[in-house]
Design a protein around this ligand. Structure first.
Ligand code: 5AD
Ligand code: SF4
Length: 441
């Protein structure tokens, strides 16, 4: 029997990359690879990269530089770059960093076994096509190993929105939805292996329009059918665009108990002028009205979002409009970024704001968002919520899980609770997590 080769995958960026890394490990499993947690032990290292902001892409090149020593120690080591930097830079990576053997874009993972064989034979392997076939179909079923209680499941990929700052439409291609039957099969399989919570993924997940047995299904229909799977207790989805938040999806937040009370709905800016320049195709007022309708359907829903500060042309007044919108929405959690010009996107060609202006605005916005997050956590104290326990805590005797509202919760309880959902009474809050005790009964 030959010893299996070892594969180390380092994942950057969004949850979709986490999902893709799992699927890449499965694809290379067919070529005789098993995964390892130590790069030093690996026969193949794959960096699954993110291109959304400049820093993310630069990190990849510095990480590749660090891998030089490993390659010197083990000349048989193969190094691959996958994900959105691979898609955007393609052959440029092979030129800039000769120690890379394989470059594969996110739509070509089903071709990994061939590419790996080519790299193993000493040639350079490159595939950044957007093939017609569905990469997930070709990746085949997941092997039946047991797994943790939560899982990601990609249902939609790509984006046709072309926000002026964003590389996703170029790196992930046009919107494409997987057929509903395949998603249902994959979800059933995950549940059979111990998964209780599934997060449906897509760059524009609420634009999902997949082929169903009786015509096209939207995301709400898909969620309602998934909710019928016995043993699937919790459903979430991310990331959504406000313009695709259709009535039946809003209604599902009110009447589908498996759909958790948390929604990531990025707005990016509170200024209509900037929203227009960003090509977001909605106003601040539209967004606020939408939040109102969602809260009417599910009053305790926790809203999260993404913001960009320092977009080209953003004035102090535009930034104040963002602060005003944040105060009105009262977010439970948020991600905020300085605008980072991405080559090939329209906004990168415009006049850029000075770095210190961006930094000041980001600091002010983050202070407000952090205060709101703490406020949302304080509001949980005294309430009893569902918690799905995922792992042991840092302190002995403690376990950690996520509440229905996706807040981290620490509880003193036995490890037999791991992988189960309990009712927990929240007793205290700290900046990034809650503490509680198992509720009686
Ligand atoms: N600069 C800064 N932030 C960006 N994002 C996307 N593109 C850029 C960019 N060029 C942010 C948006 C998006 C999130 C995933 O990343 O807020 O919602
Ligand atoms: Fe990028 Fe999202 Fe805009 Fe699509 S909708 S272009 S993924 S920010």
């Amino acid at each position: 029997m030959t010893t299996p080769r070892k594969l180390f995958i380092k994942t950057y960026g969004c949850q979709m990359n986490v999902y893709d890394s799992e699927r890449m490990a499965e694809a290379l499993g067919a070529s005789g690879y098993v995964t390892t947690d130590t790069p030093e032990a690996a026969d193949m290292i794959v960096l699954n990269t993110c291109h959304i902001r400049e820093k993310a892409a630069e990190k990849v090149y510095s990480e590749l530089g660090r891998l030089k020593a490993l390659k010197a120690a083990n000349p048989d080591l193969k190094i691959g770059v996958a994900g959105c930097v691979a898609q955007a830079e393609g052959a440029e990576i092979l030129r800039r960093q000769p120690l890379v053997d394989l470059v594969v874009g996110p739509q070509s993972y089903h071709r990994l076994p061939e590419l790996e064989a080519r790299a193993r034979s000493g040639a350079k392997a490159l595939d950044t096509d957007f093939p017609e076939e569905d990469k997930f179909d070709r990746l085949g079923g997941r092997p039946k190993a047991a797994r943790g209680p939560t899982a990601f499941l990609t249902v939609q990929e790509g984006c046709d929105k072309f926000c002026a700052f964003c590389v996703v439409p170029y790196t992930r291609g046009a919107e494409a939805s997987r057929p509903a039957a395949r998603i249902l099969d994959e979800a059933r399989d995950l549940v059979d292996r111990g998964v209780l919570e599934i997060t449906l993924l897509g760059q524009n997940v609420n634009a999902y329009h997949g082929e169903g047995p009786d015509g096209t299904w939207g995301l709400a229909r898909l969620i309602r059918e998934l909710a019928r799977i016995k043993g699937l207790e919790r459903l979430r989805y991310t990331t959504s665009h406000p313009n695709d938040m259709e009535d039946d999806l809003i209604a599902a937040h009110g009447d589908c108990p498996e759909l958790m009370p948390y929604l990531h709905l990025p707005v990016q800016s509170g200024s209509d002028r900037i929203l227009k320049a960003m090509n977001r195709k909605h106003t601040a007022e539209d967004y606020l009205a939408l939040i109102g309708r969602i809260r009417a359907a599910r009053p305790d829903i926790l809203i999260s979002g993404d913001f960009i500060v320092g977009f080209p042309g953003e004035t102090d007044a535009d930034f104040e409009a963002t602060m005003a919108l944040v105060r009105e929405v009262r977010y439970g959690q948020c991600y905020s970024f300085k605008y980072s010009p991405r080559p090939g996107t329209p906004a990168a060609e415009r006049d850029q704001l000075p770095e210190d202006v961006k930094s000041d605005r980001l600091a002010r916005l983050q202070a407000l968002l952090n205060a709101q997050q703490e406020e949302a956590q304080r509001a949980m104290v005294g309430r009893t919520v569902g918690v799905l326990f995922e792992k042991p805590g840092r302190m002995p005797g403690q376990i950690v899980g996520k509440s229905d509202h996706l807040q981290a919760v620490h509880v003193e309880a036995g490890a037999d609770w791991l992988g189960r959902i309990a009712r927990v009474e929240i007793t205290a809050t700290s900046p990034n997590s809650l503490a509680g005790r198992l509720a009686a009964g």
